[in-house]
Design a binder for this molecule. Structure first.
Ligand SMILES: Cc1cc2nc3c(=O)[nH]c(=O)nc-3n(C[C@H](O)[C@H](O)[C@H](O)COP(=O)(O)O)c2cc1C
Length: 205
């Protein structure tokens, strides 16, 4: 079984984190380690009526953000890597500058030092030069900078369609392929390059 760490921070869009876990559960082949910051719990409350217990139930193991002695704070605990979704500017900056005083940034730093994959779904707009410098630093270290920017070519109809497309693409980074959104050029998916759209439909249909 693969092991993946899911981090949820206090940026808006906590749904990205728990939707990722729902997808991993449906795929069923990944052990999920969750770390959720205190701010994430506050943001979650503001954004959704979902109970924290439900979010916790999606993970195989929940690690408290202050528990710096958790398994995921050591490189000897093998994982595929970590997705932080959504990722706040605070946590992104902590990782960029090696401020590893909480489990979120420590686990991310461990993933990096071990040469594993780190995906950060950074959520802020607009971005100032300081943000961009930190993000550049992380990109140079091999971090996948993944702002959850919606695609429209797949004709999303609901907010969940938009969330699911981003989450699917984040999991693609780990070779975990869930089909929660149409993929470009695939049957039943979005029109392939060259197909014409007329009046909101594929020409000839
Ligand atoms: C409702 C709400 C929405 C927020 N949205 C963002 C955001 O999109 N991006 C961001 O960087 N911070 C956002 N914040 C601020 C973070 O929660 C705050 O900077 C916090 O210290 C982040 O800590 P963490 O990274 O440990 O979760 C938001 C806060 C609240 C209450």
């Amino acid at each position: 079984m693969k092991r993946l760490i899911i981090g949820i921070t206090g940026a808006t869009g906590t749904i990205y984190g728990w939707r990722l876990m729902e997808m991993l559960r449906s795929e069923g082949d990944t052990e999920i380690h969750l770390v959720m910051s205190p701010s994430a719990k506050l943001t979650l409350k503001m954004e959704h009526d979902v109970e924290l217990d439900y979010i916790y139930s999606l993970a195989h193991e929940v690690h408290q953000p202050g528990n710096i002695g958790a398994s995921i704070s050591s490189g000897s605990f093998a994982t595929e890597g970590m997705i932080i979704a959504p990722c706040s500017i605070k946590t992104m900056s902590n990782i960029a500058f090696g401020n590893t005083g909480d489990l979120m940034s420590r686990a991310a730093d461990v993933v990096l030092k071990e040469g594993r994959k780190l995906v950060v779904a950074i959520r802020e707009t607009p971005l100032h030069a300081g943000h961009l410098e930190s993000l550049t630093k992380l990109a140079r270290l091999g971090v996948v900078i993944f702002p959850p920017v919606p695609a429209f070519y797949n004709r999303p109809k609901t907010l969940l369609d938009i969330v699911d497309q981003s989450c699917m693409r984040m999991l693609d980074q780990f070779d975990i392929h869930v089909e929660t959104a149409p993929r470009w050029g695939e049957e039943g998916g979005v029109p392939a390059v060259g197909q014409k759209i007329e009046g909101g439909k594929i020409a000839g249909e």
